[in-house]
Ligand binder design. Structure first.
Ligand code: FES
Length: 162
């Protein structure tokens, strides 16, 4: 077994994929946190699928790895334990409940704020789960908190430097 290290995500293959864990282990635990180049990510196994997202919530950096998964309008969402923001596991979209006051009898409907949380591409190969390195040519709101908490840093009070 070449994956004897206990630090998930510490190993990178020549093709750049980062080893996260054994497929069977993650299916059992249903979630695992890992680091890609110091960045905290969380991998969920939910209803037969793997999903990887930045672990720090795009809102204020809450730990999504400790949130509950809820079905919202047919979409599996992680609910941030800090302020209950809902983020789709599939796409990283932030959802909010809004009403259209133009409607005759306005009822709240779930709507998307767009992709807020960076998701990471999963590859399963030979019983092992890997995540692709992030593509920084596109940026997401969660990148800010991913940087702040990088390498276990607790600099959450830092102001943006840009
Ligand atoms: Fe996640 Fe506020 S930090 S909802």
């Amino acid at each position: 077994d070449s994956h004897s290290s206990s630090t998930a995500g510490a190993e990178m293959r020549p093709d750049g994929l980062v080893f996260i864990g054994k497929e069977d282990d993650i299916k059992k635990s249903q979630r695992i946190t890992a680091k890609i180049d110091g960045r905290e990510i969380v991998v969920f196994y939910h209803e037969g699928k793997f999903h990887a997202l930045d672990s720090r919530c795009y809102h204020e950096g809450g730990p999504l790895c400790r949130g509950e998964i809820e079905d919202i309008d047919g979409q599996a969402c992680i609910v941030c334990p800090w302020h209950k923001f809902k983020i789709t596991l599939e796409t990283g979209e932030g959802l909010y409940e809004g009403i259209n006051p133009q409607e005759p009898s306005p009822t709240p409907k779930w709507q998307s704020k767009g992709v807020k949380q960076r998701i990471h591409k999963i590859t399963i190969d030979n019983g092992n789960v890997y995540v692709s390195p992030p593509d920084f040519s596109v940026s997401f709101d969660s990148d800010y908190y991913a940087e702040i908490y990088k390498n276990g840093g607790e600099l959450a009070i830092a102001k943006p430097s840009h």
